[in-house]
Ligand binder design. Sequence first.
Ligand code: AMO
Length: 434
Amino acid sequence: MERQYTNEIEPSKDRVRVSGWAHEVRDIGKLVFVILRDREGTVQITFKKDNLDDKEFDRAKDIGREDVIDVMGSVEENDEAPNGFEIKPEEFEILTEAKSPLPLEIRENIDSEMETRLDNRFMDLRKKEIHAIFSFRDKVITSLREWYDENEFLEIHTPIISKGGAEGGATLFPVEYYSNKAYLRQSPQLYKQMLMASGFDKVYEVGPSFRAEEFATSRHVSEFTQWDVELAFIDGVDDVMDVLEDSMKSLLKKMKKRGQHELGVLDEDIEVPEEDFPRITFDKARKILREEYNHVPEEKGDLDTEGEKLLGEHFQEKGHDFVFVLGYPNEKFYYMQEIEEDEAASRKFDLLYKGQEISSGGQREHRLDVLLDAMEEQDVDKSNFKFYLEAFKYGMPPHGGFGVGLDRVVTKMIELDNIKESILFPRDPDRVAP
Ligand code: AMO
């Protein structure tokens, strides 16, 4: 008989088969109540002494918490059962027994330390709230992919093992590559740009990126999932921001509906942006921080975490969860320099969502001579980028793109405290297992 998920069961006299974990077991003499939990929810199984022969009933009494069980029986209405019905078992198996005590308490209302939870992540993931985060995340990916497919972006897969990194040497993870040294990619940046010279026109890639970040914060991890996009024949950086804005709006709209179940479990809601995302310059952002919050970020070329938070608050008060900041000082060779108002700035933008950067991108420098000068100026070792530079010699169209930190998007959408909550098995400087 085919297995059903608990949320597919309806009260009827028909027989059903369910499999899962014994979430709760209550033995009250002539009755044994087991709450069976599977991926989609829970259902009560009621073993009655009167309905089973003695041997079978004794076996039911042996069921322990978190044992894996398989049950076949009829579904009967019972107002006192959690869903208004219960399964009256006719046949059942204990497929595997769970040892006791459990390494982590997973019943509702019992919180455990983050590190204990991550040490026992397989167990932690059995909790319905934690499970909901990952089914929400799955739906986020489906929704974004739908938008990019509908808008004719080609999904690509570029190498994880690479010769150099586009985001600076300090955060590269080295890999022994036969007799040479290679690195885990920091971003698919170089490859997505090269594909613009191959005529791929509009591409996206969802995959892991790695940063040997030295500090541990609630928004950084060493391995994260990037949603990367690149498009060619753009008229300017606004075309790139339009793609990011439209796809984010579509994501939120879809998730408000599609994620209803998970949002209910997590007691969260989603605000779908009605208006366009404000687009302000980096200089304007610094001015708001200075004049309204007396905040001057330590680094000249960035906003810092506190600055982003304050700027987020500033715009949230005006009804905007999202804000683009455009025209960062040029610190990466691949961004096109100078926007009309400020020659010292680049066409790089960040997108902030609820006071946190969730994406960086911009218009790229597609003119080889200008690109080479920028590399020279920024002391970049060109020999590591030979393969990349080749692509600019034989017809590279104007282009731009961005990378979205998918884990940060999920974290912010459902208001999790730490990015690690949105990652199944997170990596940080102190954790490489499980
Ligand atoms: P950037 O380095 O800003 O840009 O990364 C893009 C986005 O990826 C996420 N992110 C991270 N998330 C978690 N932990 C980290 N350590 C981490 N580092 C980055 C953030 C960030 O906004 N090549 C460019 C993109 C481009 O121009 O196309 C890049 O990687 O959400």
